[in-house]
Design a protein around this ligand. Sequence first.
Ligand code: SF4
Ligand code: SF4
Length: 384
Amino acid sequence: MRPPAGGLRKWAEVVGVDWKVPAPPAGGLPMLTSDAVKTKAREIGFDLCGVAPAGAHPELAALRDWLDRGYAGDMAYMARTADRRADVRAVMPSARTVVALGTLYNTDRPHSTEIDEPETALISRYAWGDDYHDVLAGRTRALGAWMRGAHGAPCETRVYVDTGPVQERVYARYAGLGWIGKNTCLINPDIGSWLFLSEVLCSVDLEPDPPSVDQCGACTLCLEACPTGAFPAPGVLDATRCLSYLTIETKGTIPPARRADLGAHVYGCDICQEVCPYNAVAPVSDDPAWQARPPLDRPSLVELWSRSDAGLRKAIRKGPMTRARVRRLRRNVAVALGNSGTAAAGAALSPEPGATRPDADSIRDPLVQEHVEWARAELAGRRR
Ligand code: SF4
Ligand code: SF4
């Protein structure tokens, strides 16, 4: 269910959260239990909920080695926050428990690997709808507020949705939500890996769930399917080789030697999840928040390119793609047009008068222009 207009207070009313902290129960016994938290999480709309002890679980230490190998590329914020990411108690010293939450965002639209049309823009599944940070922050805060009220005694909670210095997948694994697959995604054996994760850190001890066990077995489909060889080892991602990094995190020039790798990917990549057998029968969500907005539902590259800047801004407004902004999105579309090899791409990028290009400031941006020149040369080379 989607949070209604009216802010968190209204949302809390709709989902039945006690907005005001109630008086402590007679006898002062805490009412907060793992089962009660899971029941309330389901009521709020989460698909998965589990409880992990707060602490320095062994997998958390792998981050340092990953950073030392340079796999984070230009994501300097990862190194800056590495100490805090090593243990949630570094961000909330009183934390005793992590309530891990999973929200299914899969929809009934086809996988990118099923689309054999070079002119179709490929956009990562999670980015088709509303911004999950905004949607899930409201829901996760509502659960945290309910937990504080249900405890009946002073306690502390703190919520995170992806952006905080918390290694969410590790805590989700210890909370029994799923295991971390060879593709580095959290995989639930029943509903797959199309999951947004969020969590409530809490100062109350709650009964933990058993950790999930690895069920990848001998499968290596994701490692073999990655078009850029971004997995130096199973379960280890060299982000600098990943299309998600190149299309979203790279702020300036995409290295020329890597541009062909993009293919038609203009924002993110899902291939290593699409090939995972645990997603073959993944259920779909009917939450309106995750359904594909019409302009982002398999648009053609030319259609995206032909939009004005205002039109592009409107299409991605309040969605995850605002992270790339119009300029970088335009850069990515230019590269993908160059890769498509179609006559329509050549016409869209043509410098000749009468070409079907929009009058958009972002097209005149030097960064975009550089990628347009590259794309024109690619298209010209293919014609020879
Ligand atoms: S998202 Fe795409 S490029 Fe990145 S690791 Fe997975 S398959 Fe490779
Ligand atoms: S594709 Fe296979 S190896 Fe990769 S995450 Fe899924 S089950 Fe594990």
